[in-house]
Structure formats: C-alpha cells, structure tokens
Design a protein around this ligand. Sequence first.
Ligand code: FES
Length: 160
Amino acid sequence: MALSKLDQLYRQVILDHSSRPHHHGKVSGDLQHEIELNNPTCGDVISLQVKLADDKISDIAFDGSGCSISTASASMMTDAVLGKTIEEAKEMVLTFSKMVQGDDTATASLGDAAVLGGVAKFPARIKCATLAWKALYQALEQDGVASVNQLHTEKEEHHD
Ligand code: FES
C-alpha cells in the first residue's frame, strides 16, 4: 500500500533527524549528569549528558550507537526538552511513553517527537523510540532506576 502524504512527511522528519541528529556529541564545560543506557533487545547504547541551571535543562547532548528510530528519537527529545524545567521534562517523558503505547491525546509539547506516535503499531520498535527518553528520565531522577522501570510498557514486556 502506498504511503499517505502524511506518512511520507513523518518518515522524512524521522530521516532528517537520524541522518543529521541535533545535539549529538558532548555538552561543553562542567558535566552534571551522565547516563548510559542500553536497549536490552539489541544491545545498542545511548550516552546522555545533561546540564542543569536554575532547575532547567541548560544543555543536553547524546552519543552512542543505535538504529534510525532511536537516533531520531534522541535528536527530537533533545530539541524538545532543552530549556524546560526538570518537572516539565519528566512530564514530557511520560507523555512520550504514553504516546508510543497508543495514547496520543497530549503530544503537542513533544515537538517533532510527536511523529513517533506511529511506533505504537510496531511494538518491537518501542524500546528503540523510548531509549533516549528513559535515559533522560533516569538522569533527572534522584533515585533513578525504580522510577525508570515505571516507563516499561505492557507491549514492551510482551515482546521481550
Ligand atoms: Fe537497537 Fe533500535 S535496533 S535501538
């Protein structure tokens, strides 16, 4: 079946981010938070660096290896959360997590990342799409791992 014009547009946005990812590399100056997280289904790893100033994300960058979906998602995530407060960014992670489970009712805050809502139809790719967002949540959480586990979806569990 031919892709609709909207599907083609979404695909192009994803390709643009994966081929020329934004905020790729390292943050400058003193580092405050660095998280390395892997996708257990493929072993791909993201390294995320976050700097905070006045309770806001003042700089963010990612590195590592991943597929087009995970790279595009990391690029979109860094665009979306730069300048946001910690609470706003954590809320965006939860919104993204819900979106890839099929709940796309509140995705306006996600910017380009909203185009990844289509991943809900491909459960095997959900972990690719959420990898960078989980890394961000972990970086922003004082107590890390337990809260990140809340982001695992039933679909993800189902396809492990
Ligand atoms: Fe490894 Fe997508 S296949 S992150």
